[in-house]
Write a protein that binds this ligand. Structure first.
Ligand code: RBZ
Ligand code: NIO
Length: 366
């Protein structure tokens, strides 16, 4: 793989005066315009009225471009990875659930009993969960789950940096390494899942910072907080935004200031998938926040992403609009873990099969 320096930097930091670590962003080409065009021509010629398969047509065209193949083949080796981490801000009333849920859910995924586990099993999708920054030692779990741990929790982003830039670089490298492992295992479609109480606050903050939006527009109910907690969450997001406003930050510095190690791992994973020409299906608010940060590293990566679903989080919708991505599903899901993306995999597979297996209009018997 060719390596290049980041092409897009958010700028230079003044709040992080220590040595700023850098990361060699993998070089990312665009998907094949030729294969996408050929797929569009074929889909327009299928035995149906022009455009009648709606967004399934766009997904098949996108897949053909990513695969450099017309018609596209249905992804039969979709693989999902959940990056787990705790967030300091979860101790300030932003979630409807306590932070102890994070390690408990890591164990639940490992036991094959989480929402994402069941959806992956139902759709023949390989799944693994990795502890990047869980605030627990996770004693007794499979050592492969904790081998990539960067730190225990991230700092409360309304008060201090989530972590150091060198920890972010380490987490980006974890994501990159894991993506390469998944691709070596045969992945032809990748999904990044999130797990960590408080992570919707961090994701909303990242989205607000990158899209220059006020807290009131991005704040959402996450796990189901009431009106009072929603107002408090908005205040904390504003406080976190104030810490980074008027500072030009590189993407690494932004992740260190108001992101987290587990989110950085997701970013490194997505960028590496795109560099390896493997398409990525995005999930909810954390996943699209990661996609926006990935775009700040390298604008080309977005062409390798499709949106699995629209979640109920306002910031997720705003980020999808900024990425110019149309979600496949709108089921009012708000779980994270990668569930909204995995729920859309059957549609992606069906879109490819429709493009490949339907008769042509020209071949219809008179
Ligand atoms: C039992 C349980 C399982 C989950 N699986 C994912 N999340 C999701 O909800 C959390 C984020 O929402 P907030 O920012 O409001 O805390 C994260 O753990 C996310 O992965 C869960 C949340 C809970 C309670
Ligand atoms: O919209 C999401 O992705 C979401 C909402 C609540 C909790 N976790 C994720």
């Amino acid at each position: 793989m060719e390596l290049a320096e980041p092409r897009t930097a958010v700028g230079r930091s003044t709040i992080l005066s220590a040595v700023t670590s850098s990361w060699a962003v993998p070089a990312i080409d665009r998907p094949s315009a030729q294969a996408a065009k050929a797929a569009r021509t074929r889909i327009d010629a299928l035995a149906k009225p022009l455009g009648a398969l709606g967004d399934l047509e766009g997904i098949a065209v996108w897949l053909a471009g990513c695969q450099d193949h017309n018609p596209p083949t249905a992804p039969h080796q979709a693989r999902a990875v959940v990056f787990a981490g705790d967030h300091g801000i979860s101790q300030f009333g932003v979630s409807a659930y306590p932070r102890e849920v994070t390690p408990a859910m890591v164990r639940t995924i490992a036991a094959g009993k989480a929402g994402i586990s069941v959806l992956c099993a139902a759709n023949d999708i390989a799944l693994r969960v990795l502890d990047v920054a869980v605030d627990d030692d996770l004693d007794g779990v499979d050592p492969a789950i904790v081998v990539h741990k960067v730190r225990r929790s991230s700092g409360p982003i309304h008060l201090e940096n989530a972590c150091s830039t060198s920890e972010i670089v380490l987490a980006l490298e974890v994501g990159a390494k894991v993506a390469l492992e998944e691709i070596a295992a045969g992945a032809d479609l990748l999904i990044v899942g999130d797990l960590g109480i408080g992570n919707t606050t961090v994701a909303a903050t990242l989205i607000a910072a990158l899209l220059e939006l006020p807290a009131a527009q991005v704040v959402g109910r996450g796990t189901g907080i009431d009106d009072a907690a929603l107002a408090a969450k908005s205040v904390l997001i504003n406080q976190a935004l104030e810490r980074v406003s008027d500072h030009d930050l590189t993407p690494i510095e932004l992740l260190a200031a108001v992101g987290s190690a587990d989110i950085a791992a997701g970013v490194g994973f997505m960028l590496t998938a795109a560099a390896c020409r493997v398409p990525v299906l995005l999930d909810g608010i954390v996943s699209v926040a990661e996609a926006l940060v990935a775009q700040a590293f390298s604008a080309n990566c977005v062409a390798w992403f499709a949106a699995g679903h629209r979640s109920t989080e306002p910031a997720q919708q705003l980020a999808l609009e900024a990425l110019e991505l149309q979600p496949l599903l709108d089921l009012k899901m708000r779980l994270g873990e990668g569930t909204g993306a995995v729920a859309a995999v059957p549609l992606v597979r069906a879109a490819a099969r429709l493009a490949g297996d339907m008769a042509l209009l020209a071949d219809l018997a008179p």
